[in-house]
Design a protein around this ligand. Structure first.
Ligand SMILES: C[S@@+](CC[C@H](N)C(=O)[O-])C[C@H]1O[C@@H](n2cnc3c(N)ncnc32)[C@H](O)[C@@H]1O
Length: 485
């Protein structure tokens, strides 16, 4: 098995894909030697998942895992026997630490220990993405005019990644980031170009050939946009566009084939992803709206408004890819679960329920999310209820339509659900954690630790595992081609 080290590991989306890659004999190809993450709940999620994986790989009893994630047994009561042993092993490689200059010595020592003596190390891969808030367009717009932004240490966390590349020289690395990285600037220079040139002259003399995972061209012929991966092209039911770099150490690059991801045969839509989820209704929040709405009146007014709306031109539903949907379902599904886990709806205010219901009905009619201004005025929010500062309130509500992949599931989904309104008007609610997880292509048996806000946060942060599995297959091919070299 090829060792993997995961930096800024989050809840482990990237790692989940790599960990599931098997060779033609059905054997697992990668083994994670270390995951580094500073958030304690994300670390708990990582440890639990690593425990499950260990049990699967060793043929141990996975029932305690299923009992725990379905709430049938407490943590204390499952923590015995094989499960306990697997958990202790997981605990030993999931390292909670804030990566940064101050902690480099302890991180380096840990990596050194996990990789073993230098002369005995085979080929291995470094994966992960330095945190993205500093580059994301939303993060940048929120901090326009804030001088400390240019000095934000998060701009420079990629240097921790580069430090580890330079010191430990993995054969291959995969680095993920938001699309905003391509347009982000540090002073006058482009962050992206700075990172690329830093990768060409790393401390310790290592250097990497940077390849695209979607455009088959020589490194010198690649444009920045060639590094953008559109998750929806690869069987993920979500339009999530990220910059992903594949680095191959220069001394071995010429001996490896150039490989790119194979596009799926069509889209996996929200309908394909969510149609098997049981319907659930949102509870009412104890926060009362300032003006109490009469539900029936609103409903009547809304239905009238819907009737009066011109038919317009409905966008064509996206072509669903039969093979892509089959593959997605096989990946998500687990018959050992009695019912979906983490599928409890959030509580909403009555006024929001009315908006969700009406907007979802309109979306069904229009084939796309309606604009907020299409709503009857009784459903327009009072200004103190509009939400994030700086976002025009007309853009604050969005229905995720049935016949297309969803928009990007971001970690801000933890704050409010207005942007993730369920397309079924009858359910009148925003997405649950499990629905968000499905749009991110997390298998149904993947459990996120912590309170619901943190679960959402973890889901929104991750690389879609079904995409990372395909990236892992490419990395596996490249590393295999080097065996014996
Ligand atoms: C975008 S998420 C990573 C997602 C992950 N690659 C996945 O696929 O699930 C970035 C993660 O970096 C973590 N993080 C941010 N700064 C960090 C630091 N200095 N050291 C360690 N982890 C950090 C955050 O807590 C967050 O979980």
């Amino acid at each position: 098995m090829f060792p993997v080290i995961d930096l800024f590991a989050g809840p482990g989306g990237l790692n989940e894909g790599f960990s599931s890659v098997r060779d033609e004999r059905g054997d697992f190809v990668f083994k994670t030697l270390a995951s580094f993450e500073m958030d304690s709940l994300a670390c708990q999620t990582l440890r639990l998942r690593a425990t499950y994986r260990d049990l699967v790989r060793s043929g141990g009893d996975v029932q305690p895992y299923f009992d725990y994630i379905q709430g049938k047994k407490t943590w204390q009561s499952v923590l015995t026997g094989d499960f306990r042993a697997a958990y202790l092993a997981a605990k030993a490689h999931v390292y909670q630490v804030e990566l940064g200059e101050d902690n480099r010595p302890e991180v380096d020592t840990f990596i050194e220990r996990q990789l073993g003596p230098e002369n005995e190390r085979g080929h291995w891969a470094l994966i992960g993405g330095p945190p993205c808030q500093a580059y994301s367009l939303a993060g940048r717009s929120r901090r326009t005019g804030d001088e400390s932004f240019a000095l934000d240490h998060k701009h420079f966390l990629y240097r921790e990644y580069l430090h580890i590349l330079g010191k430990f020289k993995p054969t291959i690395f995969v680095m993920e980031n938001v699309k905003g990285l391509l347009s982000s600037k540090n002073g006058d220079s482009s962050m992206f170009q700075t990172i690329l040139s830093d990768l060409k002259r790393l401390p310790g003399g290592a250097s990497y050939e940077i390849r695209s995972l979607v455009v088959d061209a020589k490194p010198d012929d690649l444009n920045p946009s060639d590094f953008i991966i559109r998750s929806e092209d690869y069987g993920v039911p979500q339009r999530r566009h990220r910059v992903i770099l594949l680095g191959v150490r220069t001394d071995v690059a010429a001996k490896t084939p150039r490989r790119v991801l194979a596009k799926a045969d069509g889209a996996v839509t929200v309908r394909a992803a969510l149609q098997t989820m049981p319907s659930v209704r949102a509870a009412l929040s104890s926060r009362r709206p300032k003006t109490d709405l009469d539900w029936r009146e609103v409903e009547t007014e809304a239905l009238d408004a819907i009737q009066r709306m011109p038919e317009g031109t409905k966008p064509e539903p996206m072509k669903a890819g039969t093979l892509a949907v089959d593959e997605y379902e096989a990946w998500i599904h687990d018959e050992r679960l009695v019912k979906p886990i983490q599928h409890e709806p959030r509580a909403h205010m009555v006024s929001d329920l009315a908006r969700y219901r009406v907007m979802a009905s309109l979306a069904e009619r229009l084939g796309k999310s309606p604009k907020y201004t299409d709503l009857p005025t009784t459903l327009h929010p009072e200004h103190n209820n509009v939400g994030r500062v700086g976002t025009p309130f007309t853009d604050r509500f969005r229905v995720q339509v049935w016949d297309a992949p969803s928009t990007t599931v971001v970690s801000h989904i933890s704050k409010d659900g207005h942007y993730y309104i369920h397309p079924d008007a009858e359910q009148a609610r925003s997405f649950t954690v499990r629905e968000a997880a499905r749009l991110q292509s997390f298998p149904d048996n993947y459990f996120f630790e912590g309170p619901r806000t943190q679960q959402f946060h973890q889901v929104g942060n991750a690389v879609p595992p079904l995409l990372s599995k395909q990236i892992g297959e490419i990395v596996a091919d490249l590393l295999t081609s080097l065996q014996g070299n």
